[in-house]
Design a protein around this ligand. Structure first.
Ligand code: NAP
Length: 249
């Protein structure tokens, strides 16, 4: 029997990248998974079919994490289909890099809306749906907050906020037996990273050179840690920030 048999998980931004990897791994351990996406219906459907082809349970639900009405619908549909909630993975996020002189209101708002407001709205709604046994919230931060690279001020600030929110909500939600931890990945090869044009550049080479284990990460490097944080194996952990980065800091 899988470690997450009988559990229900919502994974935001699971149509691709790290979120898709986590959704598939949670399902492989027996969880029924809600695969949230913003615009990539095809990607989300692919993740759902892959899970179903291995005997797992999943549905795709569209919803912008930064819109309260979408978030309410996401959890209403999840509850209607699977009847409960045990695990939330706050993975949906966007990244855009710019030096100080190029920071605009749009650059700031897009990243803060999704990475910080979205995470808060989703967790707020999820907190209403966890049962009396509580649950596990897994935020996806970033090693950006310890690397402090030039030209990443806004993105790094959003992930600094995620680190802080993880610590605050771990205390705030503990009375409801809801644990809140963060996975902070280093560089991970995903559709988003490809779209940004990082792969094959000097930036990627530099990142790899600074990674003690000597390569860029893959979604499958991150997903087992999410399974651990979702399961009772981590039942005495809350408020932790776990760098999952091949040693990159
Ligand atoms: P990705 O390949 O670009 O995928 C992003 C996912 O988030 C997609 O499923 C996308 O959905 C979804 N999304 C974006 N905005 C959304 C919104 N407003 N509402 C709902 N879903 C939304 O990204 P990734 O590289 O896997 O990154 C995932 C997370 O890991 C992010 O929080 C990122 O900051 C963090 N992270 C990534 C790395 C890395 O090197 N890749 C390193 C550290 C941390 P649609 O496709 O449907 O729009």
């Amino acid at each position: 029997m899988g470690k997450l048999q009988g559990k229900v998980a919502v994974v935001t931004g699971a149509s691709k990248g790290i979120g898709a990897g986590i959704a598939k791994s949670l399902a492989a351990e027996g969880a029924a998974v809600v695969v949230n996406y913003a615009s990539s219906r095809e990607g989300a459907d692919r993740v759902v079919s892959e899970i179903a082809s291995k005997g797992g349970k999943a549905i795709a639900v569209q919803g912008d994490v930064a819109k309260a009405s979408d978030v309410q619908r996401l959890f209403a549909e999840s509850k209607k289909t699977f009847g409960q909630l045990d695990i939330l993975v706050n993975n949906a996020g966007v990244y855009q890099f710019a030096p100080l002189e190029e920071i605009s209101e749009e650059h700031f708002q897009r990243q803060f809306q999704t990475n910080v407001l979205g995470l808060l709205l989703v967790t707020q709604e999820a907190a209403k749906h966890f049962g009396p046994e509580g649950g596990s919230v897994i935020n996806i931060g970033s090693t950006a907050t310890t690397m402090l690279l030039p030209a990443t001020a806004v993105y790094t600030a959003t992930k600094g906020a995620v680190d802080a929110v993880t610590g605050v909500l771990a205390k705030e939600l503990a009375p409801k037996k809801i644990r809140v931890n963060s996975i902070n990945p280093g560089g991970v090869e995903t559709e988003g990273v490809h779209a940004l044009g990082i792969i094959g550049t000097d930036f990627e080479k530099d990142l790899t050179a600074k990674t003690p284990l000597g390569r860029i990460g893959q979604p499958n490097d991150i997903a087992p840690v999410a399974v651990f944080l979702a399961s009772e194996d981590s039942g005495w952990l809350t408020g932790e920030l776990i760098q999952v980065s091949g040693g990159l800091r």
